[in-house]
Design a protein around this ligand. Structure first.
Ligand code: PEP
Ligand code: MG
Length: 569
């Protein structure tokens, strides 16, 4: 009897979707790798290695072909992986080990480990990052050699089960194939979760012991609304799941039809889109969003050469044209911390508090100059806004404005056409809230990045589940601080939007509206639900709710108010 039937594991949900598929477990740590196999021969071992390698290359080629029609960025990642798999030096090292009588899995493991440690020992961050690719390839090759769960990888749809998922993993997944992701660790506002949401991949994070409890091939039901994963459901649970899935699908269809037909009224809060990859731009018009509230340029260009101005210009121009006549808010590279670093190196002990966003750009003015020139050249339709990430003080802003004036002057001297862009700052470091008087004289808008604001307010790493309890939007101190920040923006008449994950959390949408934010910017997959919530709210009731919540003693009180109050019309 299978003791895993109907076993339910709980975690935290990325918010969207429901999925049924088989598990493919990607466990980079535990595997039974024997050095010798007396029953085997060198010939068999060599064949095993070659067929695993060739099979992987063939799969990557297939994926590359599919991606080639839609996205060249991901295509490049697979291209690099193919080159690494075929690397002659690495391959001959593996073959040498096999010739010495070792198993193919052991030969792959030691040879890859040798190159991984060589890359990790360099000072070059770009090369160190490549070590992650090698770790991934090592794991895939060994899986294939050991015939461990390979049927579920890349070819058929499956639910990936991993310890920790990185943004690189999300890019590496075949989006057509992966139906869902379960991870043992990770915070809900980590960029991996944000990307998974952008790609509409249901994901549950913080599922304790997932790797112990789930085996490759187990059937899984992943339900984001319950933040649960069910292992090997019986017939009655499967039936229940199917009913719920039908309801979710019908609701999604209905909401999509509604957002498309519904033009927002003038005094309603504006709903904007966060864009993390280029193709998402189509959703602006599909979903009736009123523009792009946040274009994460580091997500879009993260794996590219950031010196390629022409490439950046092409993308910005295309995105601005596709958004027109609506506005697109381009955030300058927020490089650092858990975001892709391109080919820049960082050896900071505490990167979340280090050279991130505008701090990085001040130290790397050439990166900023190239990006600004590309953005300005793409601005001719007049619908581009520019936002500065990770601003700490007014000096950051004034430095940037001087820099921008210099770039504009140079473009004018070169007779390059451009339009004036509105300038705004991300409010994600609490110090900015106390300087809004000074900021207001220099900016056109403020975007509140609640993901980072909460991280810096509570001194709790947004990517780490062991401190996730401290990272708590329900804490009344945070809500009071947010209310103060919005009120300061209003006092100084600066338009204010919220573009962190909180903007699409249905518990907080009413509170943000009652605080008086002008717009909410969010992932496409969440916009229809937020839209439905917004049109049904009673303004008087949400004002009362906010007043109560701001006086609450603790998060439980806040949750109680939210649960008890009827705030719909
Ligand atoms: C935020 O910090 O809330 C935000 C929107 O920026 P990011 O998540 O990209 O850091
Ligand atoms: Mg941020």
């Amino acid at each position: 009897m299978n003791n895993k039937i109907n076993q339910i594991l709980k975690g935290s949900s990325s918010g969207v979707g429901i999925a049924k598929a088989y598990a493919f477990v990607i466990d980079n740590s535990a595997r039974n790798i024997r050095e010798y196999d007396k029953k085997s021969t060198k010939k068999i071992q060599l064949k095993k290695y070659n067929s695993a390698k060739n099979r992987l290359i063939k799969e990557f080629e297939q994926i590359k072909k599919v991606l080639g029609e839609t996205d060249s960025d991901y295509k490049d990642i697979f291209e690099t992986n193919i080159l690494m798999l075929g690397d002659p030096e690495l391959s001959s090292e593996i073959i040498k080990n096999i010739e010495e009588g070792k198993t193919s899995e052991f030969s792959v493991a030691v040879s890859y480990d040798f190159y991984i440690s060589k890359l990790l020992a360099t000072d070059n961050q770009y090369l160190r990052d490549r070590s992650e690719d090698l770790i991934h390839l090592r794991s895939l090759l060994i899986d294939y050699i050991l015939k461990d769960s390979q049927e579920y990888r890349l070819e058929k749809g499956g639910i990936a089960v991993m310890d920790l998922v990185s943004t690189r993993d999300i890019y590496n997944f075949d989006k057509q194939s992966v139906r869902g992701i379960v991870s043992q660790r990770g915070g809900l506002t980590s960029h991996a979760v944000i990307l998974a949401r952008a790609f509409k991949i249901p994901m549950i994070v913080g599922v304790k012991d997932a790797l112990k409890k789930i085996s490759g091939g187990d059937q899984l039901l992943l339900n984001c609304s319950k933040a649960s994963v069910c292992i090997n459901p019986d017939d009655s649970l499967l039936e229940e799941f199917q009913k719920e899935k039908d309801n979710v699908d019908k609701r999604k269809e209905r909401l999509l039809a509604e957002v498309k037909n519904n033009n927002q009224s003038e005094n309603e809060v504006k709903l904007l889109l966060n864009v993390d990859f280029k193709e998402e731009i189509e959703e602006v018009h599909n979903l009736g969003a009123q523009g792009v509230g946040l274009l994460r340029t580091e997500s879009i260009f993260g794996s590219k050469d950031l010196n390629d101005q022409e490439y950046q210009l092409r993308i910005y121009k295309d995105l601005a044209e596709k958004t027109f006549p609506k506005k697109i808010n381009i955030r300058l590279f927020d490089i650092g911390n858990d975001k892709l670093l391109g080919n820049f190196s960082s050896s900071e002990v505490n990167p979340a508090l280090g050279q991130r966003g505008i701090r990085f750009l001040r130290n790397n003015p050439l990166v900023l100059e190239i990006q600004l020139r590309a953005i300005l050249k793409a601005s001719t339709l007049g619908n581009i806004k520019i936002t500065l990430p990770m601003v700490t003080n007014i000096e950051d802003l004034l430095w940037f404005k001087d820099f921008m004036t210099k770039v504009e002057r140079e473009l004018s001297e070169e007779n390059v056409e451009y339009k004036k862009c509105e300038i705004g700052v991300m409010l994600e470091i609490p110090s900015v809230s106390f300087s809004l008087g000074a900021f207001s004289k220099e900016i056109d808008f403020v975007s509140i990045g609640t993901n980072d604001l909460a991280q810096y307010f509570f001194a709790s790493d947004r990517t780490q589940d062991n401190v996730a309890g401290y990272y708590n939007y329900y804490d009344p101190s945070f809500l009071r601080f947010l209310n103060f920040s919005v009120a300061e923006c209003k006092k100084y008449e600066v338009p204010v939007s919220v573009c962190g994950e909180m903007a699409a959390d249905l518990d907080f949408v009413p509170l943000l509206l009652a605080m008086g934010v002008d717009s909410l910017s969010m992932s496409a997959s969440l916009l229809p639900d937020v839209k439905e919530c917004v049109v049904n709210l009673d303004n008087r009731k949400i004002a009362e709710l906010l007043a109560n919540v701001l006086l609450a003693n603790n998060s439980d009180d806040v949750k109680n108010y939210l649960a008890q109050c009827v705030i719909v019309k």
